[in-house]
Design a protein around this ligand. Structure first.
Ligand code: SIN
Length: 490
């Protein structure tokens, strides 16, 4: 495909075709699109530019595969997922290299993501065997009530560029474990990781049609997945704007949806916090993946009495961050995904400075090739500034002050989003009070890191619907069927 492939990446993981019905194919019109390395601006490779026709073919294949796959025993499905998990870990290094090549994140973070991706396959390979139904005490002596859990059917999964491996397995593994079949549409920026991960699923023994992948036109593929009545469930991770569009399209066939959308996480440091621990958490919650995760802190709310101390210690740490190509040793901050992302970060910084924020560190893009932005800290940010209202999705920390617990909660909740929130305190009663008052799906108390396969990930308000990960995540892919059995003589 391209000389940019690293020598350690085997040919069988460097794929420029899509898997539909068990065959690796090109687009019907042979069109390709280019994948760019955001660290260098160079071409990494080309993959098929597919659209509606190929998506429809994949949906039809998934429908045919559904019956036989759903009839397999839970153990048979579990065993295949377990082999997929082993293969992902056996290929950890080349998968991490592909990820850094097309996505830019530091190689150590890519390795972490591949392990995170594998953890969902491992978890759901076990969970396949625990999809328990129910019996419910009956209203009559001659009647019994059963509740069956059955696979929902054909599932469309649309995944983002910020976690090109983990968001695939977080969706596909529970769907497949539950007995569903899948059509996957990875982000245009990062299809190579997706193709490699899917090739390992095929190698693990998934029958033709159980997992299909189409790369290409997001509007055409998304619309087909959302509008086609054969697809019974759509799982999407991405922006709230696109989530709303897909939800409107899914309404035409009353399709079940999981939506994992934008966030605007607040990180509150109370006056009784362990400040050093709060700084550690803040670094993780803000600068992991250069600020490009939906659970990244977007707003720091610091108690007035410790604002100066926290800010000084935080700045010391931010100034040590090293920005650069993710393949270089010691790099903490990779590039932003593309020019558009840099422009958004620049606009938010300019808006905040124009409205009176103070520049404490960074503030501009790097001169080097690629889409790098300096780790930036702004002080005295107010709710009137754009970066307090919208997700910046970049390495910019916005610091504000508060005086009372009520004020901090009210500022944190003053957003249409509700994905994650964080706070630091040593007071147990306050821990419960604030955790219960924050309007979000996930809360970190004295930690800046929440993501794990065993816990339910997801948001409320305009951050989404449904949960991924944990035993709750598999419920998204089953339907309940109530069976009433009468005529049982006592
Ligand atoms: C996301 O940003 O969508 C996922 C982040 C995570 O799983 O940690």
């Amino acid at each position: 495909m391209s000389e940019l492939k690293k020598p350690g990446i085997p040919d069988e993981l460097w794929i420029n075709k899509c898997l539909i019905n068990g065959r690796w194919v090109q687009a019907k019109n042979d069109k390709l699109f280019t994948v760019i390395n955001p660290s260098t601006g160079e071409e990494v490779g080309k993959v098929p530019m597919m659209g509606k026709a190929e998506t429809r073919e994949a949906i039809d294949a998934a429908q045919v595969a559904l019956g036989p796959w759903g009839k397999k025993t839970a153990k048979e499905r579990s065993d295949i997922l377990s082999r997929w998990f082993d293969l992902i870990l056996q290929n950890l290094e080349p998968l991490a290299e592909i990820l850094t090549l097309e996505q830019g994140k530091p190689l150590s973070e890519s390795r972490g993501e591949i392990i995170y991706a594998a953890s969902f396959v491992d978890f759901y390979s076990a969970e396949a065997r625990r999809i328990y139904g129910e019996t419910i005490p009956s209203h009559r002596t001659d009647t019994r009530i059963l509740v069956l859990k059955q696979p929902i059917g054909v599932v469309g999964c649309i995944t983002p560029w910020n976690f090109p491996a983990a968001m695939i397995t977080r969706k596909a593994a529970p769907a497949i474990a539950a007995g569903c079949t899948v059509i996957l549409k990875p982000a245009e920026q990062t299809p190579l990781s997706a193709l490699a991960i899917v090739s390992l699923a095929e190698r693990a023994g998934l029958p033709p049609g159980v997992i299909n992948i189409v790369t290409g036109d997001p509007v055409e593929i998304g619309a087909e997945l959302a509008l086609n009545p054969i697809v019974r469930k759509l799982s999407f991770t991405g922006s709230t704007e696109v989530g709303k569009l897909l939800a409107a399209q899914c309404a035409s066939s009353i399709k079940k949806m999981t939506l994992e959308l934008g966030g605007n996480a607040a990180f509150i440091v109370f006056e009784d916090a362990d400040i050093e621990a709060a700084v550690d958490g803040a670094m993780l919650a803000k600068y992991r993946h250069s600020g490009q995760t939906c659970v990244c802190t977007n707003r720091f709310l610091i108690h007035d009495s410790i604002y100066a101390d926290f800010t000084a210690r935080f700045l010391d740490r931010v100034r040590c961050l090293r920005v650069g190509n993710g393949f270089e040793a010691g790099i903490n901050i990779g590039p932003l995904i593309n020019e558009q992302a840099v422009k958004k970060v620049e606009a938010h910084v300019k808006d905040a400075l124009g409205k009176g924020a103070s520049l404490l560190a960074g503030g501009k893009r790097l001169e080097a090739k690629g889409t790098f932005f300096e780790p930036t800290v702004l002080g005295n940010v107010t709710p009137a500034m754009q970066m307090a209202q919208e997700e910046t999705f970049g390495p910019v920390s916005a610091l504000s002050r508060f005086e009372t617990e009520e004020e901090a909660i009210s500022l944190a909740n003053d957003t249409p989003y509700g994905l994650a929130g964080y706070f630091y305190t040593r007071d147990l009663a306050r821990s419960f009070r604030v955790a219960e008052a924050l309007e979000c799906g996930m809360v970190g108390i004295n930690t800046g890191f929440l993501s794990v396969e065993t816990a339910p990930f997801g948001g409320i308000k305009q951050s989404g619907i449904g949960r991924e990960g944990s035993h709750h995540g598999i419920e998204e892919f089953v339907e309940l069927k109530y069976v009433c059995i009468g005529g049982i003589n006592q």
